[in-house]
Write a protein that binds this ligand. Sequence first.
Ligand SMILES: NC(=O)c1ccc[n+]([C@@H]2O[C@H](COP(=O)([O-])OP(=O)(O)OC[C@H]3O[C@@H](n4cnc5c(N)ncnc54)[C@H](O)[C@@H]3O)[C@@H](O)[C@H]2O)c1
Length: 163
Amino acid sequence: MKKILVTGGAGFIGSHLCKKLIEDGNDVLCIDNYFTGTKKNISDLFSNPYFEMVRHDICFPLYVEVDEIFNLACPASPIHYQHDPVQTTKTSVHGAINMLGLAKRIDVKILQASTSEVYGDLKNTLKMKNTGGTLIQLAHVAVMMKVRDVLRLFFLTIIVSMI
Ligand SMILES: NC(=O)c1ccc[n+]([C@@H]2O[C@H](COP(=O)([O-])OP(=O)(O)OC[C@H]3O[C@@H](n4cnc5c(N)ncnc54)[C@H](O)[C@@H]3O)[C@@H](O)[C@H]2O)c1
């Protein structure tokens, strides 16, 4: 049985992942600050002895012992991630660095979730996301592309140092 950390575990994908991992016989530690996720998404797991929930913001360091990490903590819907771009950037960058640092310290695999918008397909992004002004959309895509570059650098640097 593995002990698996799922950040953003109360969100849409995270809550399903927690359930699947438990079904597969793992012990799950779910971390979430409930920014977009809800207790309702994971309420059926609260009585499960193999499920543990901690309210925590991954922008702050976390010290736990686990065998694998799934970092899914980041608002995914445009309405939410554009609501507070600074917090979204902190979660994407500080949060990912904290989780990557944890993975390095305890020497375990980490999966980093992302969004197709990091590829900066402006035409399609603008076509698909009809939720605000063009300038805001462009600024948002630019932020996502910067976050991608920063994370790519950190993941490559730390992963290379772990090999
Ligand atoms: N939903 C999709 O179709 C889809 C597709 C591709 C990639 N993704 C990526 O998968 C990840 C999860 O997506 P989702 O649809 O489950 O989103 P979601 O908004 O439902 O879940 C994100 C979870 O992260 C939590 N969270 C946000 N900031 C946090 C922080 N600082 N500390 C701790 N918890 C925090 C939220 O409360 C929420 O529970 C995102 O990175 C998203 O970009 C989603």
